[in-house]
Design a protein around this ligand. Structure first.
Ligand code: SF4
Length: 359
């Protein structure tokens, strides 16, 4: 346990462990088979900020409907957003579609086998660019996400708290990259972080890196990685309007293309701001006149940078044409790519808070 392993030995042990312990995943090529860059790219974009278990059915559904980048590029954006519903971060789905179009129209349907060129494509940030380069094209790349940061922090007993330690952890990750089986090494590291060197209760006795792990040697695996204390999220409030016409159709409008939930459908609402809510101003801010009545309770949602509390006001209104808005029968709301938060609003307005609409 006290040995210090050199890079070659570390890589050898991790790859040996991977050969017997690799996870089977729908997007992963079988041992010895060539990976499909489209599947690798699709999975890496889907997997950001979410788990393998969540992504698997979405991935399978996308592959069934759009088996290659050309078919995805030819799809309607609304269909792609609809298929993405529930994965969150819709800007990612929009960029996914844009990227598919660039690859299909400008690159002959082939993803570039180069990390820098991958990085230049829509929606491909540094992490997916490195992961795709390594996994799809077997190019040595430093693939570092939160899992890998945790492994490096423990392996080298880095006491600097995150996020300040990011650059240091990245360098440590780079110190272990190499030319032997780069794709398998990247996936092995991901698997190690996900299944062995887990956030709580790492399974050190089965870890291929237990010999030479500085945190294990010092008995501080549970303390690493350290983190700076997070500031509380600001709380924003707003009023959302549930406007139903005499035919039982509810008013939906499309959000601006740019910004949070860009291009998604929503129930009209006031701006979301910090501070007290001025409910008395609701009738002036509503999309149309009506006898607006507050539904008891609040709809709460947490975004990355703020928490949101929405008050729901409902009224029966006269139908009318509103730019960028549609009237949708309540029972067909599931056909629209509504963000999860707006599904909660609908459930609340329909008297079933906590439930989501069926797609
Ligand atoms: Fe993580 Fe334990 Fe392996 Fe060290 S020995 S890398 S702490 S699982």
């Amino acid at each position: 346990m006290g040995a210090v392993l050199n890079k070659r030995e570390r890589r050898r042990r991790l790859l040996g462990w991977y050969d017997t312990s690799r996870r089977a995943m729908p997007w992963r090529a079988l041992p010895g088979a060539a990976p499909d860059p489209y599947r690798v790219w699709l999975s890496e974009i889907m997997l950001q900020q979410t788990t393998v278990a969540t992504v698997a059915p979405y991935f399978n559904n996308f592959i069934r409907r759009w088996p290659d980048v050309v078919s995805l590029a030819a799809a309607e954006l609304d269909d792609v957003l609809h298929g993405w519903q529930g994965l969150g971060y819709y800007a990612r789905a929009r960029n996914l579609h844009r990227c598919a179009r660039v690859v299909a129209d400008k690159l002959g349907g082939r993803f570039p086998a180069d990390e820098t060129q991958l990085l230049a494509l829509p929606g491909i940030g540094p992490y997916p660019a490195a992961a795709i380069a390594a996994i799809a094209f077997d190019i040595p790349a430093n693939v570092v996400d939160g899992n890998v940061e945790r492994v490096m922090a423990r392996l080298f007993a880095v006491g600097t708290p995150l996020p300040g330690a990011k650059a240091e952890l990245r360098e440590l990750g780079a110190s272990l990259t190499g030319t032997e089986r780069p794709g398998d090494y990247a996936q092995a590291l991901m698997d190690l972080g996900a299944t062995v060197c887990t956030p709580t209760g790492p399974r050190c006795p089965v870890c291929p890196w237990q010999a030479g792990c500085a945190a294990r040697r010092s008995g501080i695996t549970g303390e690493l990685p350290r983190r700076e204390r997070k500031k509380p999220r600001p709380l924003r409030r707003g009023i959302v309007f549930w406007a139903v016409n005499r035919d039982g159709a509810v008013l939906l409008r499309r959000r601006p293309e740019k910004g949070l939930l860009g291009g998604m459908m929503e129930f009209p609402s006031t701006e979301w701001r910090e501070g007290e809510l001025d409910k008395a101003a609701a009738p002036d801010l509503a999309p149309m006149s009506g006898d607006w009545k507050e539904r008891p309770g609040l709809v709460r949602y947490v975004f990355t940078h703020f928490a949101l509390e929405l008050t729901v006001m409902a009224a029966e209104v006269h139908s009318g044409e509103i730019d960028g808005a549609v009237w949708c029968p309540v029972e067909r709301l599931g056909e629209y790519a509504l963000p999860s938060m707006m599904k909660k609003v609908a459930a609340h307005a329909l008297g079933a808070p906590g439930k989501e609409l069926a797609a």
